[in-house]
Design a protein around this ligand. Structure first.
Ligand code: TNX
Length: 533
């Protein structure tokens, strides 16, 4: 019997769960509360919610004798090695990755109908098989498998187990192709290792785009050979006056490579023409008056602008875009374009008309903050909406008009998914200019129906930005991102029909022990029924 889990009657679901518990040899009444023992996780207790779940049959148990079997390209083998790397420390099992034999955990590349990121996971007594058309689908299937295992699987030391995987089938594919997270490395600098740590956390929720905000008033964070002072001087401080920092090209390539190994595409952003004080401070000739301003370590916005009438501005942009494009295997280059309060409207339009073709010249697709729709977005460009529910109808209409004209949209409504917004008035980090954003608020909206007058096909997905004026450590990143980020990931991945706050909060709660096992910090929102030990 194939049934969509969101439409499964509650009684059938409870009965299914009871059968699973019985199969796992646990005799507990009240199947909706997770038993304390390491029993098999129900197949639908996954974030983001899978498209379809069909429980049934015997569970599989990972044991000392389990192998990870891979077929197809070298990339499938790499996904297998990644899975083995996840499972070996906590299980203590050898888990060889091999293309011989049958059974165990099998990663299969085969023609499927569920797209480049979709997968099917079949679990039964003989093994678990993940089937996908492409390695990204295998990788996402591995994240589902990971969440079906007890949270202790995330620990770095050997745990007692057992390691059961509920029997049945998950068939899954994303609702939207663009599911992003942005990290502002300008307001505070984060090291390559800190970015990698965040990438690993994003991958667990099938996020596939990492947007790095590489330049702003407070710091320029990427080495550009033709304008070396951008990094060495423009990158030498940050909000509050600390040391700042920047990525060498080798550092940056290491981030890109690591992200790719987790099936995330890196979207580099150089915010222009505003948010450019670090560049203006580094090179006097970029200023209309030829005078370099001092470095800036405050948190105001909207006071800086590249000099639109000067030719050197476009020589600069050309060099930066060329060097950045060379470092970027991904499709996109984000040119910012927000809060250009020190640039006249006419200058803004002139600037965007000259800069967008430079991005195209180097083979990349423009993304801009949605103010770009006040100029003329290039063909194929994406606009990233960061307004609020109560942004003016005119501004929303301008974005919708651009969408009807073919501009794709990435939705980042600030009063829903800005991860730097405080959860409550007591949240020690973050800002509140867009309001207080608790977990329910950030989850409970529909990207497909959010902006009036936008054709559904224009919505390419969602992104959760984390601005870092108040964020300085990995623990801060995690506290603001978790538990809101998984909700944004779910909005991007899961079919609209699965959207249900009351079901979601139970699935989200089950992530808490996993974050504990991973040593992550998170906000224990009272809206989420976290398991008590
Ligand atoms: C608005 S969102 C900004 C950023 C700030 C952020 C703080 C956007 C495109 N611009 O410059 O860091 O608010 O929440």
């Amino acid at each position: 019997m194939r049934r969509h889990h969101s439409t499964t009657p509650r009684t059938a679901r409870i009965l299914g769960s009871l059968l699973l518990l019985a199969a796992a040899g646990v005799f507990t009444v009240g199947a909706t509360t997770a038993p304390a023992k390491a029993t098999a996780t129900p197949l639908d207790r996954v974030v983001p919610a899978p498209a379809s779940v069909t429980p049934g049959g015997s569970p599989y148990r990972i044991t000392r004798d389990t192998s990870i079997r891979v077929s197809g390209t070298g990339e499938a083998r790499r996904v297998g090695e990644y899975l083995a790397g996840l499972l070996r420390p906590s299980t203590g099992y050898p888990l060889p990755v091999t293309d011989k034999g049958s059974g165990g955990i099998q990663l299969r590349l085969a023609a499927t109908t569920f797209g480049a990121e979709g997968y099917r996971l079949d679990s039964g007594r003989g093994g678990v098989t993940i089937t996908a058309s492409a390695p990204a689908g295998l990788f996402h299937g591995v994240q589902t498998l990971r969440q079906l295992l007890p949270a202790a699987v995330e620990k770095k030391s050997v745990q007692p187990g057992p390691w059961p995987v509920t029997g049945g089938t998950v068939q899954d594919a994303p609702r939207f192709p663009y599911r992003g997270a942005m990290l502002d490395v300008s307001r505070h600098f984060f090291t390559v290792d800190q970015v990698k740590r965040y990438i690993d956390q994003l991958a667990l929720y099938k996020i596939n785009e990492l947007h790095l905000h590489l330049g702003d008033d407070q710091g320029w964070r990427i080495a550009i050979d033709s304008w070396p002072r951008l990094a060495t001087y423009g990158g030498s401080t940050q909000v509050g006056g600390g040391r700042g920092g920047y990525y060498t090209k080798a550092d940056y390539q290491e981030i890109v490579r690591y992200a790719a190994s987790r099936y995330l595409e890196v979207v580099p952003e150089i915010d222009m023409p505003g948010h450019t004080n670090a560049a203006l401070a580094s090179y006097a000739e970029l200023n209309c008056d030829g005078v370099a301003p001092p470095l800036y370590t405050g948190t105001d916005v909207g006071f800086s602008s590249l000099c639109v009438p000067k030719q050197v501005t476009y020589d600069f942009v050309d060099d930066v875009v060329r060097e950045l494009a060379e470092l970027t295997p991904g499709r996109y280059l984000h040119i910012g374009g927000d809060e250009a309060h020190s640039t006249s409207h006419a200058d803004y339009v002139t600037f965007m008309n000259r800069v967008q073709p430079i991005v195209a010249k180097y083979g990349k697709t423009v993304i801009g903050w949605h103010q770009l729709t006040g100029a003329t977005p290039a063909k194929g460009a994406l606009a990233q909406y960061w307004g609020l529910d109560d942004t003016s109808a005119e501004e929303k209409a301008q974005v919708a008009q651009a969408a009807r004209n073919g501009t794709g949209l990435v939705l980042s409504p600030a009063d829903r998914v800005y991860l730097d917004m405080k959860y409550t008035a007591d949240t020690p980090l973050g800002q509140d200019w867009a309001g207080l954003v608790e977990v329910k608020r950030s989850y409970d909206w529909d990207p497909g129906a959010y902006l009036p007058g936008v054709p559904a096909s224009a919505v390419r997905g969602v992104e959760a930005p984390l601005w870092t004026e108040t964020i300085t450590r990995s623990a801060d990143i995690e506290y603001m991102a978790f538990p809101r980020l998984p909700g944004v990931a779910e909005l991007g991945w899961s079919p609209a029909a699965t959207h249900d706050w009351n079901a979601y909060r139970v699935r989200l709660a089950a992530q808490g022990p996993r974050w504990d096992a991973l040593g992550m910090t998170y906000y224990k929102s009272p809206q989420v029924p976290w398991p008590t030990r």
